[in-house]
Design a binder for this molecule. Structure first.
Ligand code: SER
Length: 348
């Protein structure tokens, strides 16, 4: 039997690049990608086929589906939370309408193949909305169903798409003649802030963590857009990708829900700054909080309760705060920037 085809949207993004490497290393899937920008050369050889195009283009999605028997979708394409506040309508189009297009495509594929296409969807800590710093401190680790009152367009979009996915999985066409046809199999993870040693995110509000680290490694000063006390959970990128793959491969009978919190370590901006300074003693980190971005971070919980993921499919992150920095972030980032010449080197 040939290996199943996996479609990855937003493949050029932060999660996408690490996921492509992981899927290639595991060797169990053939990967097709779609992203607005052409996939970087280094990643193209890991894929069966790559498409440059917009997920809003239904014709393109139909073309991709016509050419491949897609069994799995990782729908990673999205506009993150800060970007979404700058252009809420565009965020809604990409994050909601785009997701609907992908769900429709995956649903059609499920019907055509006669078995459920697995649809993996990264949701976010942004679906929560803590009303105040006091309430946030009091709540501590929040469960999936608590505080689902987001204050960003991105958070609203992710929360709604979680519901759409659940709807497609359990109720799609419940009244019609197709009520007994195969439905897709939607599985979603609510990620905390993600930190990668290889890429810096763009347009997010948890970006202060990774930005601080990458600026220090590049010997650049960094002005943090939240205050030192701002605290949310983070996760190292390899753990995020492992969680996605693990959830993909989980036995459906063991899944009690379609949405799962996953968390790794909860730290303040000051603690990240201190850890970054320990590895890069010359790091120039200052705090210049932006009122709106700080408010967004303050609306996200201090930590997420991921008991459901641990119980249902054995979620267990490999990296806590110390290990993430000692064994992954610092060594990988040093290697990354040591092999890249400083920006002005070629101009001299
Ligand atoms: N990292 C995302 C953001 O900051 C949250 O999921 O928008």
């Amino acid at each position: 039997m040939s290996k199943p085809v996996v479609l990855v949207t937003g493949a050029n993004g932060e999660i996408g690049r690490t996921l492509l490497q992981r899927l290639h290393a595991e060797g169990r899937y053939r990967v097709v990608t779609v992203d607005l920008t052409p996939l970087a050369e280094k990643y193209r050889s890991l894929c069966l086929e790559t498409y440059a195009g917009n997920i809003m283009d239904r014709y393109l999605l139909d073309q991709i589906a016509a050419h491949h028997d897609i069994e799995v979708v990782f729908h990673l394409a999205a506009l993150l939370s800060t970007r979404g506040e700058r252009d809420p309508e565009l965020a809604h189009q990409v994050n909601v309408e785009g997701t609907l297009h992908l769900l429709r495509m995956a649903q059609n594929q499920s019907g055509r193949l006669g078995r459920p296409v697995r649809f993996l969807f990264p949701s976010s800590i942004a679906v929560y909305g803590m009303p105040s710093i006091q309430e946030k401190a009091k709540a501590g680790r929040v469960r999936e169903e608590d505080w689902n009152v987001p204050i960003t367009m991105y958070g609203c979009n992710k929360l709604y798409c979680e519901h759409l996915g659940r709807y497609f999985t359990r109720y799609f066409r419940q009244l019609g003649a197709l009520a007994t046809a195969a439905r897709l199999d939607f599985r979603s993870l609510r990620f905390p802030g993600l930190i990668s040693a290889e890429t810096v995110p763009t347009g997010g509000t948890s970006d202060f963590g990774p930005e601080m680290l990458h600026a220090a490694a590049r010997k650049q000063p960094y002005e943090c857009f939240v205050g030192p006390e701002a605290k949310i959970p983070f996760m190292a990128m390899p753990d995020a990708v492992s969680a996605l793959v693990r959830l993909l491969e989980a036995d459906r009978a063991k899944l009690t829900d379609t949405v799962y919190n996953v968390s790794a370590f909860s730290v303040s901006a000051a603690e990240i700054a201190e850890r970054v300074r320990a590895s890069f003693p010359g790091a120039q980190i200052s705090f210049a909080p932006d009122a709106v971005r700080s408010k967004i971070v303050d609306s996200w919980p201090e930590d997420m309760d991921d008991t459901r993921a641990r119980n249902d499919w054995g979620y267990a992150p490999a990296f806590d705060f110390e290990r993430a920095f000692d064994e992954y972030l610092i060594p990988t980032i040093r290697e990354r920037y040591n092999s890249v010449p400083p920006p002005s080197a070629g101009a001299r």
